[in-house]
Design a protein around this ligand. Structure first.
Ligand code: UDX
Length: 434
């Protein structure tokens, strides 16, 4: 197979879109398929439906060159490509189980499209799915739809993504490692071809191992953050700075300095869902994953520490005006899924406070959950007349805020949930773990 190999991706969400743009940038032709007509039209007109640094510019350029297209027609996407990635969402059910509805639907539909294909085709699962899903759900659906046997009839891989929102393109183009779970060597070879131009080590494994690597990685990172938060909570009681402590801890090469930033806990579309899914999978296998359960517990309590601190400083929140700076679950994204800001704002409202929020990118999405709170055009505007300020996301622009800006507040209490402000420019703020 030469570089003319074409790739289709089912699901033009954040993973599908970034992966398509990344592979196109590497010289492959890609076809993105999504049921959302509006999204497809936007992509085809060179507009990114999500905010991700660099994505819009790159998509525009690739569209001009004709290396990427979007369609609502799955049969077309599969028939015009040699490799199909499944990039559909795998949301959590209420009980923590993974909802595999979209995986089932898409694998059935891909199977049907494969029925008509004469040439060898590989289907690769990119969506995060619990161990055994590719074997037990994806393959049977593909076989049923296509009337062919996995292996001789078509190839199957499980190729997890490790993309961070806010740096997804960068992560795609410069990965730490590439994991290829394969049904058989031919499937794996075909997929490995796509990654020839990458400088990262390629790990070839079974399907189940690849699925588990993704969960074990994300759960570890979630646990590492939670550990930093637990130490941070103790540091706070000691009156010391968790960041200073973690600097000393992270210099141990066995630990590494990454993901030790204490604060109000992890959010986003992956960590909370993935830890929960692994706990639930373990349960089904007859194992009580108590460590991971506690990660979830500590993490869900962490945002409320901001409220506790706030109340210690200003008493009852009833009738108070609180400025909330930052709503996204982390900087450089407009994503508010599982953002600690959701819990914080909801609790502020429950206790009778008035909220005026500002976020450089995420207000549109946050408004869907909280249409009635106040939204400001800038951080400075949010601060005007506020009794207190909570800094919830560490957007870079908040580092430029000075005492002058905060002097527009009625009160003087500033509490940081993330390390965001510059102590040289702002006086007297307090952090959750520092
Ligand atoms: C994560 C994984 O990093 C990525 O590999 C996976 O594919 C998807 O999930 P993402 O959710 O985009 O990526 O964000 P990440 O940068 O990992 O941060 C997740 C959350 O943890 C954020 O809320 C962030 O603020 C928080 N975090 C991160 C901390 O609280 N402390 C840290 O030290 C690091």
């Amino acid at each position: 197979m030469r570089k003319q190999v074409r790739i289709s991706l089912i699901g033009a969400g954040y993973v599908g879109l970034t992966t398509a743009v990344g592979f196109s940038k590497k010289g492959f032709k890609t076809i993105l398929m999504d049921i959302d007509k509006e999204k497809v039209e936007r992509i085809n007109s060179g507009e990114s439906p999500i905010y991700e640094p660099g994505l819009r510019e790159m998509l525009k350029e690739l569209r001009r060159e004709g290396n990427i297209e979007a369609t609502t027609n799955l049969d077309y996407a599969v028939s015009e490509s040699e490799i199909t990635f499944i990039c559909v969402p795998t949301p959590s059910r209420r009980n923590g189980d993974t909802d595999l509805r979209y995986i089932e639907d898409s694998s059935k539909a891909i199977g049907k499209a494969l029925r008509l294909k004469e040439h060898y085709h590989v289907v690769a699962v990119k969506s995060t799915v619990p161990p055994e899903t590719t074997e037990r759900v994806v393959i049977p659906n593909l076989e049923e739809g296509s009337g062919k046997k996995a292996g001789p009839g078509f190839g199957v891989c499980m190729n997890p993504e490790f993309l961070r929102e806010g740096s997804a393109l960068e992560d795609f183009l410069n990965p730490d490692r590439i994991v290829i779970g394969e049904l058989d060597p031919r499937s794996g070879e075909t997929l490995a071809f796509l990654y020839r131009g990458f400088a990262a080590p390629v790990l070839r494994t079974s399907l189940k191992v690849a699925e588990m690597i993704k969960y074990a990685s994300n759960s570890f990172l979630a646990m590492k953050i939670t550990y930093a938060n637990e130490i941070g909570n103790i540091c706070k009681k000691l009156g010391i700075d968790a960041y200073e402590v973690m600097k000393g801890v992270g210099l141990d090469s066995r630990i590494s300095p990454h993901f030790l930033r204490a604060g109000i806990g992890f959010g986003g579309s992956c960590f909370p869902k993935d830890v929960l899914a692994l706990v639930s999978k373990a349960e089904k296998l007859g194992y009580n994953a108590s460590l991971l359960k506690e990660v979830i517990n500590v993490n869900s309590r962490q945002p409320y520490r901001m409220i506790d601190l706030l109340k210690k400083r200003i008493g009852s929140l009833k009738g108070k005006r609180i400025a909330v700076l930052g709503l996204a679950f982390k900087p450089e994204t407009d994503d508010v899924r599982e953002s600690p800001a959701l819990r914080i704002v909801s609790e502020l409202i429950r206790q009778g406070a008035g909220v005026v929020a500002y976020d450089p990118k995420a207000m549109f999405n946050f408004r869907k959950a909280f249409p009635k709170i106040g939204y400001a055009e800038s951080a400075k505007e949010a601060l005007k007349g506020a009794d207190a300020c909570l800094v919830v996301t560490e957007w870079r622009e908040f580092r430029d805020l000075t005492d002058d800006d905060f002097s527009a507040m009625r009160g003087s209490v500033i509490i940081e949930g993330r390390r965001a402000l510059d102590p040289k420019k702002v006086d007297g703020f307090e952090g959750v773990c520092w």
